[in-house]
Design a protein around this ligand. Structure first.
Ligand SMILES: C[S@@+](CC[C@H](N)C(=O)[O-])C[C@H]1O[C@@H](n2cnc3c(N)ncnc32)[C@H](O)[C@@H]1O
Length: 261
């Protein structure tokens, strides 16, 4: 189980539950569809201060009722209770949270949910939120697909997918976030006219993004090369982008829109 979300991470459980999984192979015993997740839930050992921050702050800042264990019926989230009338934005895979905090500070009238299954990243965001409290941030410390289940359709007006895991080997391309398994439910939860931003340093990721994201129904808004070479006006560089620059890779900034109804 994921320590924070209760989501399945490996083959584990009693002989009975394992057999049940092997027989059906489509659902976890808690009712969740079996969703392979190939990323990391935990990296370096968390420092005692990070564990303390997670213990003290994560529950309060988490989006409630996302995990299958607490919400097996997949009751839709009460966004009014979370953010009142604020517009809702979503950042998928926020890493260390620098972009999320930047957007939250610059847009106090917006509510932002950040998803990140990597607990070390969640701990980094929580520390940033201690240093710079932002009332308009909530966290889903898990896979974005579980959040898509319970977000009301047409509820999100902007989504960020910044430097998603590259999965460079060809046989791993189907693990990339820009596959229909992720993009179709993302499309559903976005409002007509909503914007999806994708940043990547990997040319083959650009190729797959330009192939798969329009297939899911989005329009690419670029009119010329400067549109994908120039960072967005409100951009702040992320940790992963800085690493890419250090290693000599360039950035691509792709902007998509869900068509107006
Ligand atoms: C390469 S890192 C980039 C992090 C950050 N956006 C940045 O630019 O520094 C990709 C992140 O996406 C997260 N991720 C992978 N699959 C995810 C999923 N299904 N839902 C949410 N986040 C996911 C990973 O845990 C990882 O932290």
């Amino acid at each position: 189980m994921h320590p924070a979300t209760g989501s399945p991470s490996r083959l584990q459980g009693t002989r009975e539950t394992i057999t049940c999984r092997l027989m059906e192979n489509t659902h976890h015993p808690n009712g969740s569809p079996w969703r392979n997740f190939y990323g990391r839930f935990k990296g370096k050992t968390l420092r005692p201060a990070q564990i303390e921050t997670l213990d003290e702050d994560l529950d309060r800042l988490s989006v409630p009722n996302v995990s299958w264990d607490v919400n097996p019926d997949r009751t839709q989230l009460d966004l009014q209770a979370l953010f009142g009338q604020k517009d809702l934005w979503l950042e998928i895979g926020f890493g260390g949270g620098e972009h999320l905090v930047h957007q939250a500070r610059s847009n106090p009238d917006v509510g932002i949910i950040g998803c990140e299954p990597f607990l070390n990243g969640v701990a980094m965001l929580l520390q940033k939120l201690r240093d710079t409290p932002c009332e308009n941030v909530r966290i889903h410390p898990g896979d974005a697909r579980h959040l898509f289940d319970v977000l009301p359709n047409e509820s999100v007006s902007k989504a960020f997918l910044l430097y998603p895991d590259p999965w460079p080997k060809k046989r791993h391309h189907r693990r990339r976030f820009v596959t229909q398994e992720h993009l179709l439910p993302l499309y559903d939860v976005l409002k007509p006219g909503a914007i999806l931003r994708v940043a990547t340093d990997i040319p083959d990721y650009v190729r797959q993004t330009l192939q798969e994201v329009p297939k899911a129904g989005f329009e690419w808004l670029a009119e010329g090369p400067s549109d994908w070479r120039t960072p967005w006006q409100d951009w702040i560089s992320t940790r992963y982008e800085q690493k890419a620059f250090r290693e000599g890779r360039g950035a691509h900034y792709l902007t998509f829109q869900k068509p107006h109804a």
